[in-house]
Design a protein around this ligand. Structure first.
Ligand code: KG4
Ligand code: ZN
Length: 362
């Protein structure tokens, strides 16, 4: 089955052609146009600009990906089109969904609406096929082990922080989510105080590498609450208050000396990691999953991956993380998640698919 995946829910326009067969998923061609360079001027994603940029890029990207893939040249069209139809920015979602609907109608190809979070969950099934070819591994090596269920997913990105229980493939139950800011959003907002460009999460984690995580005692919001929810806005405020009280500044940004900056970043990062890992482990102890899936942009954080791995060693539970490239938004994860839906005949007629910015995974 050849799947055309389309993703446009935030600030990446991404298109991918994926072949699913008994060996797993093979990426035939993929292209992503990031809008970061434009949004960073504004310190975050501007929905109207995002929509316009997606509209500019979507058809050229589809055209390029179709042209680059030899298998599609013989076949002429994919077997199914899978598109992110929620959650996300409505201005972006509409562009991807309308493009997918038009192609589904024109080619008479089935259409699948994919939940963006479900895409992040399936990102752990994508191996970097091209990377493996360059290392001259046999082709069968692109098959990654299947996810063992029941599983628990922690999806942490700029727009989401959710804990999802997965009883079996496609059976989701959200057990917790952030009540305010997402973990990535908290990284980005505090990074902005430090005059780091958007998205600042990677830069905070880079500085944190040389810092002392115990230098500043930031709060661990809701770490001991009885539920599986998160809250990060209080942590962001404490970071702001600490800067205001300890660093002289005439503006709303703070310039720390390098070693203080590293200590600040390490302490702040540690607070977020403690909460994410603490809540996930609490859920593992209660629900006893066989696998923990860590996905979303924040899953690129090396220390978070290591801390979760260390905490899981005694719990008889396997950690699955995406290849770094697939932590970020991409169409390949949407194609993979959509493949399972197509296999289970969860197809939508082209004129019935609607973009839903608040679609909860269920
Ligand atoms: O999944 P993603 O590409 O887009 C959304 O759906 O939001 O995630 C982007 C987010 C940003 O907030 C970015 O700062 C964060 O992921 N991020 C990181 C790291 N790399 C990306 N946060 C912490 N540490 C990192 N290494
Ligand atoms: Zn995402």
């Amino acid at each position: 089955m050849i799947i055309l995946g389309i993703e446009s829910s935030c600030d990446d326009t991404s298109v991918s052609l994926v072949k699913a067969d008994k060996n797993g998923f093979e990426i035939l061609a993929e292209k992503t146009a990031s809008q970061i360079d434009i949004h960073k001027k504004y310190g975050g994603v501007v929905p109207e600009i995002a929509g316009r940029m997606h509209a500019e890029k979507i058809l050229p990207l589809i055209e390029t990906v179709m042209r680059e893939s030899p298998s599609i040249k013989t076949q002429g069209k994919p077997d199914v089109i899978c598109v992110t139809s929620g959650p996300g920015l409505i201005t972006g979602l509409m562009v991807g969904v309308e493009a997918a609907k038009a192609l589904s109608y024109l080619w008479n190809v089935p259409l699948v609406g994919v939940n963006h979070i479900e895409g992040h969950i399936h990102s752990v099934e994508i191996s970097n096929f091209k990377f493996q070819i360059s290392k001259q591994l046999p082709i069968t090596n692109y098959q990654l082990p299947k996810i063992k269920y029941p599983a628990l997913a922690l999806i942490a990105s700029g727009g989401h922080t959710e804990l999802i229980l997965i009883k079996n493939q496609g059976q989701y139950k959200k057990i917790g989510a952030t009540l305010d800011d997402a973990a990535g959003e908290c990284f980005d907002k505090v990074a902005k105080l430090l005059e780091f460009e958007y998205p600042g999460g990677p830069k905070i984690s880079k500085y944190a590498e040389n810092g002392n995580p115990s230098a500043i005692q930031f709060p661990r919001p809701m770490l001991n609450s009885k539920d599986f929810n998160f809250s990060f806005s209080g942590l962001k405020t404490s970071a702001l208050y600490w800067l205001r009280d300890n660093v002289k500044s005439q503006t709303n940004t703070y310039n720390l000396k390098p070693n203080h900056l590293s200590d600040f970043c390490a302490s702040f990062e540690q607070a977020i990691i403690d909460v994410l890992v603490g809540k996930t482990i609490k859920a593992v102890e209660k629900f006893k999953p066989k696998t923990v899936i860590l996905g979303g942009g924040v899953a690129a954080n090396k220390k978070l991956r290591e801390s979760l791995q260390n905490s899981l060693t005694t719990l008889n539970c396997e950690l699955r993380t995406p290849n770094l490239k697939y932590c970020m938004d991409n169409a390949t994860m949407i194609a993979v998640a959509g493949y399972y839906k197509a296999k289970n005949k969860k197809i939508t007629k082209w004129n019935k698919l609607v973009a839903d910015p608040n679609w909860e995974v269920s």
